[in-house]
Design a protein around this ligand. Structure first.
Ligand code: PEP
Length: 258
């Protein structure tokens, strides 16, 4: 059974105290989150340790199980003289950090991250026991030119096809059309379902049945008002949420949309 996942991507938002307050507000509403929905919050590096401590302090084991923590990036090198970088091993050394987002379009676009580099990052993350949320998605001009399937297939094949089935078990895919990220414009449920089914079919070429077990999340202006119809689609297993994950009420409302 594929897991239903609602993951927040905080990006470069909130100071540490603000982030801790947001976590507190989310935790206060965990009882409202359906038992079969896994929440993941992905925070800036600076927030990980205190947020992990805060989550590890949750007394109720059921509520603790509903929420996991991840980073938004990791280095493509193991360790050494790479000023400013944070390694996968460093992330994994924080008790409570389980996930890392890789391949977000903002990292690809603003920091020049290539598929080859992302493969290095993914291998290191997985080798250190982290689970990877791997993002893919096309730009508006690709979609207008009808190239969205090709772009997404290339992002999947050049990175995920290089992993073993064992590694792939620890990967969640997030389809995020770049034209829908932070723009208020969302893919229609039909557009999203069509490409999610395509991603699953592509994964099956390499991984067979495992593709059926892989969670594929939709990201791009997902909010309480549109989450329900998106999540109702056969191949959409939840969402990667940017802006709306910064408001506890909206994030929980999205999780309740299942
Ligand atoms: C994202 O950047 O991962 C994202 C989905 O952002 P938003 O929800 O704000 O469009």
């Amino acid at each position: 059974m594929r897991r239903k996942i609602v993951a927040g991507n905080w990006k470069m938002n909130t100071t540490v105290p603000e982030g801790l307050k947001l976590v507190e507000d989310i935790v206060a509403k965990l009882e409202d989150v359906p038992a079969d929905v896994q929440l993941i919050i992905n925070t800036p590096f600076t927030h990980l340790y205190p947020v992990a401590e805060s989550l590890n302090g949750i007394k109720c084991p059921v509520c603790r199980g509903k929420i996991a923590l991840g980073a938004e990036n990791c280095a493509d090198k193991e360790k050494g003289a790479y000023t400013g970088e944070v390694s996968a091993a460093m992330l994994a050394s924080i008790k409570g950090v389980e996930y890392v987002i890789l391949g977000h379009s903002e990292r690809r676009e603003y920091y020049g991250e290539t598929n080859a580099l992302l493969l290095e990052k993914a291998r290191l993350a997985l080798a250190n026991g982290l689970k990877v949320i791997y993002c893919c998605g096309e730009a508006l001009e690709d979609r207008k030119a009808g190239k969205h399937f090709d772009v997404v297939a290339e992002e999947i094949k050049s990175v995920l096809f290089e992993l073993t089935p064992e590694q792939m078990k620890n990967v969640i895919v997030a389809y995020e059309p770049i034209w829908a990220i932070g723009t208020g414009e969302t893919a229609t449920k039909e557009q999203a379902q069509e490409i999610h089914a395509f991603i699953r079919k592509t994964l099956a070429e390499k991984f067979g049945e495992l593709a059926e077990e892989t969670s594929i999340l939709y990201g791009g202006s997902c909010k309480p008002s549109n989450a329900k119809e998106l999540f109702a689609q056969k191949d959409i297993d939840g969402g990667l949420i940017g802006g709306a994950s910064l408001k506890a009420d909206d994030f929980i409302a999205i999780a309740k949309s299942y």
